[in-house]
Ligand binder design. Structure first.
Ligand code: DSN
Length: 421
């Protein structure tokens, strides 16, 4: 058996390790057979996969271009320098660090650059759409630092800026963190900058979810306002699974020292090169159209789900993701995720603000359109997907799930994740 595996000689792997070759094929089949609606995932380009599968993986390059602790770095220096320049240009940033291994690693470095253990910071509460690394008790950020959490207002379900300001005045945090993993609306960066200035805090935006929309000029950028912006590179941005930081020049040395040597050792130069490739792709008119289409599709999908009887948290979305409250149709997020999974629709259960259910059950689901938009789907397909989700979620019949799954397969076959070679 053979298939297209970009950037590598797959026949070599098939002969030396058929078990792992089989896993690669199975995952490709899984991607091609379902609708992928995880808001934090996407399909990288063949060019990104080629850089990831390259011999740059072999190189130790502790340090930064021109200042390494190993010989033989003159070639990888070129990749990292190109990537840094592309990031600065794309985001209009003074400084960029491409070495964080992930979004969590990037955030550890930001914490290390600006705070000491025990220091107080303000961030969005996880159950209201924040992130584990923003002070959850199970994370280093909650164990080693003193988090104070703001949330969303009960009526609007949007960030409660009055609460944020009051908490900032009361606790005088070292840092204010904006961003999260389930925020469907745009964040008022100017308001947070003003609050940070009033209390003398560093403003850190964790833009992991929406930085791709910023790169595509589809939504406003946090870069002019924030001291530092951290993000992952594999969501809407459509790069390799990794992280990145951009910041003001005055923080450049602190950020670089915090990434290496404080928090990380050798950078993964194949991933750094893949990030550079993705950044070049993001600077194209095609990508800018993609970013806008992601939002149009998310809005169409959300509207379709509202018509299926689900309630959109905040009433809709300005971004690539939506949170749907299922209490009105009497299904938990856990059951909805499982029923969709049985129907070839991949999404995740998600707490909604003020959720009466525990995090392992939840009252909601989160959907996102980065992957389906990369596949070339549009508003008509979003309407079809909303109807398929409605049927899957509202039924506990295995035969109905099998019927929906067959229809899902018919739909996605017209929009292959990775065309067969
Ligand atoms: N786990 C990511 C998400 O799904 O949003 C955030 O880190």
């Amino acid at each position: 058996m053979s298939d297209v595996f970009y950037g590598s000689d797959f026949s070599e792997l098939e002969s030396t390790d058929p078990e792992i070759a089989g896993v690669l094929l199975d995952e490709l089949t899984r991607l091609r057979s379902g609708v992928q609606l995880i808001a934090s995932e996407n399909f990288t380009s063949p060019a990104v996969l080629t850089a990831l599968g390259s011999t740059l993986s072999n190189k130790y390059a502790e340090g930064y271009p021109g200042k390494r602790y190993y010989g033989g770095c003159e070639v990888v220096d070129v990749a990292e320098t190109i990537g840094i320049n592309r990031a600065k240009e794309l985001f209009g940033a003074d400084h960029a660090n491409l070495q964080p291994h992930s979004g969590a690693s990037a955030n550890i470095a930001v914490f290390g650059a600006f705070m000491k253990p025990g220091d107080t910071f303000l961030a969005m509460a996880l159950p209201h759409g924040g992130h584990l690394t923003h002070g959850a008790g199970v994370s280093y950020s909650g164990k080693w630092f003193n988090p104070v959490h703001y949330g969303v207002a009960e009526g609007t379900e949007d960030i409660d800026y009055d609460q944020l300001r009051a908490l900032a005045r009361e606790h005088k945090p070292k840092m204010i963190v904006a961003g999260g993993s389930a925020i469907p609306r745009l964040i008022d960066f100017k308001a947070i900058r003003e609050i940070a200035d009033e209390v003398g805090a560093i403003m850190h935006v964790d833009a992991a979810h929406f930085i791709g929309l910023v790169a595509g000029k589809a939504i406003p950028s946090p870069v002019p306002y924030a001291d530092v912006v951290s993000f992952t590179t594999h969501k809407v941005l459509r790069g390799p699974r990794s992280g990145m930081i951009v910041c003001k020049e005055e923080h450049a040395a602190a950020i670089d020292k915090a990434v290496f040597p404080m928090m990380q050792g050798g950078p993964m130069m194949h991933v750094v090169a893949a990030k550079a490739v993705a950044l070049k792709e993001c600077a194209t008119p095609e990508y800018q159209k993609y970013a806008k289409d992601v939002i149009v599709n998310a809005q169409a999908l959300t509207q379709g789900l509202i018509e299926e009887g689900m309630r959109a948290v905040t009433g809709g979305t300005d971004t690539h993701l939506a949170l749907l409250d299922l209490q009105g149709i009497g299904v938990t997020g856990k059951d909805a995720e499982a029923r969709c999974g049985a129907s070839g629709i991949v999404l995740n259960k998600n707490s909604i603000p003020y959720d009466p259910q525990p995090a392992a059950v939840t009252s909601g689901i989160r959907v996102g359109t980065p992957s389906t938009t990369t596949q070339g789907m549009g508003v008509d397909e979003m309407k079809s997907i909303a109807s398929l989700i409605g049927r899957a979620v509202k039924s506990d019949s295995a035969s109905e799930h099998a019927t929906v799954k067959a229809e899902v397969l018919e739909l996605v076959t017209k929009f292959p994740a990775y065309p067969r070679g």
